[in-house]
Every structure is written in structure tokens, then in C-alpha cells.
Design a protein around this ligand. Structure first.
Ligand code: ZN
Length: 657
């Protein structure tokens, strides 16, 4: 492992302990072989002044919610050092008491809570403490000969057996360093957990960490390999959607299923003994709250209901029964990782962010397992220890901050005509309600237009069936399925009577508004049938029920998609797919309403443009955001028992009513 220390950069922080702490913490954080997603923690001991100006010894230790990769000074709450050390001398200290006392020792009560490993940092007698969960060293300890290997590779380190993090770990280390002066060691290695290095100066603590990790890497290179098989297999997207549905049903809420089909993920999933080696346990118990203890192993061609997921849930219940004590509540029984034979590794989660974290951990885990196998065998901690951590209140608290789930959390949506108007607003509404949304548009601007959180713009000509199929397949390959489809794309040309309709207006209007909608449905229906509370939404028009002169092609196309939706509702009800139509009117903040079209329509009613804009019974102007909110609501569980409906959003129209 290469040191990233830069004397020149570090010189700027020479007189600022906390700034130096930020600098080397970020060096550690920049390598995900050392720490991943909030893992690992660092501290520095310094002197500061309290509110009254009195000098005070404090520990600045990583606060919860911060990541070493991006940490800044406010990420290190200051706690009173002497009193923190006194906590380690107690016979017992419950988790709630530890959390409360650490918070009580903070100089600034509004700072983030100190790391659960804060006491350990306090008692180690050095200024700078670095702690990582490095793959290479933990892999050496996850071996049948783990203790012997560590003794051989790290004769100058204090190696301690695994113990739960938190107070009891602090006590274990406190007792150990009373017997053995830590100054004589390069570092402290905690079996199945990680490494501490420490020094009076930041550079030595950091360089010692790099040196210890390099030794582990050298051992692996000499006795085994960290190069692993790769593979390249096609993936059946309908099977992926089936797997996603089974996991969502077991979890009780829609989940994304993000497949990693990289060559190394497929290589691992293709190993004949993958079911054996992948289910022995995680690299370190810490990962359990993200990934559960083990992945579900799914056959290359799973049976219709994907019984592997049911089996996983049953095994999870057995694991809970075997290890549970006191009054623990069982957590959900759905897997977070699926090893899909030959196809790769799937991350199941409620958001892209959560899935990305799971994918990263899964990638590191398969590296560690295969590397471990090459140096004599992969042996994780017993299930009992993993369970202790999974159901540890302090770990669960890290996950419990997400709040109430949004109505479309974990759902996957596609919207056509997404570059502007109702389409763009609908993408935003669905994303705000928790869905991941892909908006299609023929206009390449859509990519920049939908650059917000949870949204992706994709360029697609809806009149080209092959492009539509490709777009749908890309969405399913990326997120695992499809639940909500909004058929919105359309063009509008008025002012041509039937008598003088050009062939071009007629053909183009029907091709885009009607035929493309049918093609889009044909491409999406196989996946919607495997969706979670799936819903098709068709954007019709008031024009269907109350046509006006001079827009025959448009009116016919909207009547056509309304009829298409009614047939779809009949055909798809048995599969649980709802199909509903909204009929907006007078939504003027859309691309089809050019100033010219607006003027023509207003003139036809002998009105000014302003009068024309709110000419409905409620006298209410309708915006694309109003239509978007309605569409998102119809796609939600509120409308779970509604299909084949036509819902106007037109401010009330006497010709429709
Ligand atoms: Zn740790």
C-alpha cells in the first residue's frame, strides 16, 4: 500500500493539531481498502480552552455521521479527556449510559456524537490515533490459522482476540495496555475487526498504518493470490425483475435490485463452490448492518417465485431463534446481497445510495473471501458474534435515522416527453416521492434537465421501437425492474381543419402521440407485470371528452391512447397492473403551448390569452406541477384499487361534467 503523505501539504498544518488530524484522516479515508462508508475512526489529543478560558485537555474524535474521506474540523467533537479515560475504569457501563456520558463530556452539545470507540481512543497514550478496518489485515485474521499468521507477520504488534466494540472492547484494551506498554508496539491488531496505530506525530501514526497493511499484502502475495477469476455471461432481465419482486415482497416494501455484473462479480458468482464460501460470514461484523450476515444464493435460472428468497427468510428466522435473547424484535428477513450464480452480485436497498454502499461492501467481501481461500481458508466469526453486533442498539441507531419512507421509495419509474412541462414536472414529483426516475425525450437537453437527485435523462426517439426497447432494458439492467410508467410524450398542432389538414400533421401526430405510446407499453409491460404495485399512467386530454374544431389529429390521438389505456386496464388487471388516464386541460407551461398556439385557441373562443388561461368552472389556472402531483398520487397506494379510470384535471369543464 502506497503512502499518500505529502510533506509539503502537511507543512501547512504543522501548528494546528486538528487541521493535521483532518489531513491524515482524509488520507486514510481516500483508500477504500482501509475504510469504507463511515468505517474506521481517528482522534487527536490537544489542549484547548473552555467557555471560561480555562485550559483543558480534550480528545477530538471522529463524530458519528462523518466519513473519513470527507471529514472536516466540525466532524471531530471535543470531549473532556480525563473524564473519558475514567469511564474505561468502570466495572460496567451500559450502552445508553456510555452514549449519554460521552455526550455529557462534550464541550459543544450541538456537535455530533463521539464515535462508539471514543473511550478506546482516549486511553491509548499517544497524541494521534488512527483506526481502520483494513481488508488485508482482517483477511489474515479470518483464517483457520489466523492467530499464528498474525504472530508471524506482526511480531511487533499487540494482537487481541475479537470482542464486541464499545465499552467492553475499551476495557479489554485498557487491561491489555496496563500489562504491556503500548509504546513498545507498532500497533494494536483486533482480530476480525481492525488495526490501531498511534504516535505523538501524525505522520508516524499514518505511516505505521500503511506499513502494517503493506506487510499483510506482502504475506498474501507470497502465500496466495489477490487475483481472482473473471467471467462474462449474459443476464436475463426478466429473471432480475423476478428476483427483485421476491425480495421486495419479503421485505414488505419496494426495493431496488442493482446488479453488479462486472467481470470479477461474475467470476465469483460462477465459482462452483460459491454457495459454500460466500455464506461463511462477513469480513468484519461491522458490515452486518448493511449486508446482513450472509447473501442469498440464487440459481442462474430461478424458478418463477424465486424460492431462494423464501429459503433465505426461513434461514434468517432460524438464525434469529438460535441467537436471540432478552426481548429482541426480529428485523426484516430479506437479503441485502444476492449472489446470482454466473450473473453477478445484486445489492437490494431502498435507495441508490444504499445500494452503492452494499455493492462496495460486496466487492470487498468477495475479494477477501477469495484471497482468504488462497492462503489457507476463509473463516469468519461465529454467527453468534455477528448476531450480537447486528442487534446491538448502537449499530441499529445508525440505520434508524432515515425517517418515514416516501410513497415511492424503492420504486422505479419511466416518463416519456420528460424534457419540459408535465413530463419534467412528473419526473420531479416522482423523485420527490422517493422513486428513481428515468425520463426519456428526443431532445438531448433532457440529460441536463433531469440532473437532479434520483433522476436521469435519457435521449430516445419514441417512434423508433428498437431505441425504446434499448432504453427500457437499460433501466431494468440498472435498477432491477420497473413499477411506474408515464406515457406523456405528445405533440399538438391546432388551426388546421380536417378539410385542409396536411398529411404531415396527421401522420406525425398519430405516430408520436398514439403509435409510440403503444410501442412503449409493449416494451414495458413484461417488466411491469413483475413490478411492485405497478402502475401505467396515460396523459390524455380534455380534448377527448370535449373536442374543439381545428385539432382533429390531436383529438383523435388522445382518444386513441384513452382507448388503448382502457384495453390495457382490462388486459393487465389479472397481473395487478393498474392503468389510468388523466385528462388535463389548459396547462400552459408546457412545450406544446407556443405563443402562436395559445393566441389561435384564445381567438377561437373570442378571448384574450389571460381570459383563456383560466376559462374553467373553478376559474383556476392549472400548472404542470399540479398534473405531476396528481400522477404521482395515482401511482401511489392511495389509488391501489383504481384501474381503467379517467380523471380530469381541468378546473371543471361544463362540457365534460
Ligand atoms: Zn473499529
Amino acid at each position: 500500500m502506497k503512502s499518500l503523505w505529502d510533506d509539503e501539504a502537511a507543512a501547512a498544518f504543522a501548528n494546528d493539531d486538528l487541521a493535521m488530524r483532518v489531513y491524515t484522516s482524509r488520507l486514510l479515508g481516500s483508500s477504500d481498502d482501509l475504510v469504507m462508508h463511515g468505517g474506521g475512526n481517528t482522534s487527536v489529543k490537544a489542549t484547548t480552552r473552555d467557555f471560561f478560558g480555562n485550559e483543558l485537555e480534550v480528545l477530538y474524535v471522529k463524530g458519528s455521521g462523518w466519513d473519513l474521506k470527507t471529514i472536516e474540523k466540525p466532524g471531530f467533537p471535543a470531549i473532556k479527556l480525563k473524564e473519558t479515560c475514567m469511564l474505561a475504569e468502570l466495572e460496567t457501563l451500559s450502552d445508553p449510559d456510555m452514549t449519554r456520558q460521552l455526550r455529557a463530556l462534550m464541550l459543544d452539545p450541538s456537535a455530533p456524537s463521539p464515535s462508539v470507540e471514543a473511550i478506546l481512543h482516549a486511553i491509548l497514550p499517544a497524541k494521534f490515533i488512527d483506526h481502520t478496518h483494513t481488508d488485508a489485515i482482517v483477511t489474515l485474521s479470518n483464517n483457520p490459522r489466523g492467530e499464528a499468521i498474525l504472530a508471524e507477520v506482526f511480531p511487533d504488534c499487540l494482537v487481541l482476540p475479537y470482542i464486541m466494540p464499545g465499552f467492553i472492547l475499551s476495557r479489554q484494551v485498557n487491561e491489555a495496555i496496563k500489562r504491556n506498554d503500548p509504546g513498545q508496539y507498532r500497533g494494536i491488531i483486533l482480530m476480525h475487526h481492525g488495526v490501531f496505530t498511534y504516535s505523538e506525530d501524525a505522520k508516524t501514526a499514518y505511516e505505521n498504518m500503511i506499513e502494517l497493511v503493506t506487510r499483510a499484502e506482502d504475506y498474501i502475495a507470497a502465500h496466495g493470490t489477490s487475483e481472482h477469476p473473471t467471467a462474462d455471461h449474459p443476464v436475463d432481465l426478466l429473471d432480475l425483475a423476478r428476483i427483485r419482486r421476491a425480495v421486495s415482497n419479503t421485505r414488505g416494501s419496494a426495493q431496488l435490485a442493482m446488479l453488479d455484473k462486472s467481470p470479477d462479480a461474475q467470476g465469483f458468482a460462477s465459482l462452483p463452490n460459491v454457495a459454500d464460501i460466500a455464506t461463511r460470514g462477513p469480513i468484519t461484523p461491522d458490515h452486518v448492518i448493511r449486508t446482513k450476515r450472509i447473501p442469498a444464493i440464487i440459481d442462474t435460472k430461478p424458478a418463477a417465485g424465486v424460492p431462494e428468497i423464501e429459503q433465505f427468510a426461513a434461514d434468517y428466522r432460524a438464525y434469529f431463534e438460535a441467537n436471540s435473547h432478552a426481548e429482541l424484535q426480529i428485523l426484516d428477513q430479506a437479503p441485502r446481497v444476492g449472489i446470482w450464480r454466473s450473473a453477478g452480485s445484486i445489492a437490494f436497498g431502498s435507495s441508490v445510495k444504499e445500494c452503492n454502499i452494499i455493492t462496495d461492501i460486496a466487492r470487498h467481501t468477495r475479494w477477501a473471501i477469495q484471497t482468504g481461500e488462497s492462503i489457507g481458508g476463509w473463516e469468519a466469526l461465529p454467527a453468534k458474534d455477528i448476531f450480537e453486533l447486528e442487534y446491538w442498539v448502537l449499530e441499529q441507531a445508525k440505520l434508524g435515522k432515515s425517517g418515514t419512507p416516501k410513497p415511492h421509495q424503492g420504486k422505479i419509474a419511466m416518463v416519456t416527453g420528460a424534457n419540459s412541462g408535465i413530463g419534467k414536472s412528473t419526473c420531479e414529483a416522482l423523485a420527490a416521492d422517493g422513486a428513481v426516475v428515468v425520463g426519456l425525450d428526443v431532445n438531448p437537453d433532457v440529460v441536463a434537465q433531469l440532473d437532479g437527485s434520483g433522476m436521469t435523462g435519457m435521449v430516445c426517439d419514441l417512434t423508433d421501437s428498437a431505441s425504446v426497447t434499448t432504453a427500457v432494458e437499460q433501466v431494468v439492467a440498472r435498477f432491477g425492474g420497473l413499477d411506474i410508467v408515464v406515457c406523456n410524450a405528445g405533440i399538438f398542432k391546432s388551426g388546421e381543419t380536417i378539410e385542409d389538414h396536411t398529411e404531415q400533421t396527421w401522420d406525425q401526430t398519430l405516430a408520436i402521440n398514439l403509435t409510440a405510446t403503444q410501442r412503449f407499453l409493449t416494451a414495458t409491460i413484461p417488466y411491469l407485470k413483475l413490478g411492485i404495485n405497478p402502475s401505467i399512467l396515460v396523459v390524455g386530454s380534455r380534448n377527448f371528452a370535449a373536442p374543439g374544431p381545428g385539432a382533429a389529429a390531436y383529438s383523435v390521438s388522445k382518444a386513441g391512447i384513452t382507448q388503448l389505456a382502457r384495453v390495457a386496464a382490462l388486459e393487465l388487471a389479472a397481473d395487478g397492473v393498474r392503468v389510468n388516464v388523466v385528462h388535463p386541460d389548459a396547462v400552459f407551461d408546457t412545450a406544446i403551448w407556443t405563443q402562436e398556439a395559445l393566441a389561435k385557441s384564445a381567438a377561437r373562443y373570442n378571448m384574450t390569452i389571460e381570459e383563456y388561461k383560466s376559462k374553467n368552472l373553478l376559474g383556476r389556472e392549472i400548472r404542470s406541477t399540479d398534473v405531476a402531483r396528481l400522477l404521482s398520487t395515482i401511482a401511489s397506494d392511495t389509488f391501489l384499487a383504481t384501474t381503467g379510470a379517467q380523471i380530469p384535471i381541468d378546473g371543471g369543464n361544463d362540457r365534460v361534467i
